[in-house]
Structure formats: structure tokens, C-alpha cells
Ligand binder design. Sequence first.
Ligand code: CA
Length: 75
Amino acid sequence: MDWMAIADADGSGELNIQEFSEFFAKIEGLLITQEEINKIFEDFDGSGNNSLSCEEFARAIYMYLMADNEPYDTD
Ligand SMILES: [Ca+2]
């Protein structure tokens, strides 16, 4: 599945926080808070320019969706 094509609503090739949040909202059954989304976004925005490149996004998706446990669940 081409996650980036789904997430990149305006086709800019990068994701801003709004696109990133909306991407998670589209995934059924995924329980994640806006706070967690913000944290993931910040963590993976390696260049610190408030947008995720394809590469940064792919890394975030891999980490979060493909991992067995939730890295941001601190309970
Ligand atoms: Ca975009």
C-alpha cells in the first residue's frame, strides 16, 4: 500500500501535521491521541522543518504500525 499517496492530501511530497493527523484518522481501529500524533511527528521530523518527507514518514509508519508493541504507550 502506498501510504504516502494516502496521506499526502495536497500532493506536495511532504506531510504537514494536519495531513499526518488526518492519515491516522483514516486508519480504522487505531487508537491514538492527538498528543501521541504530535509526539510521533516531532520525533520523526528529523530536519525539524515541520513537515515529514516520504522517507521520514515511511520510518514513522514502519515504527508505529508494523511494530508489535506501541513505542509511545507509556503505561
Ligand atoms: Ca503535503
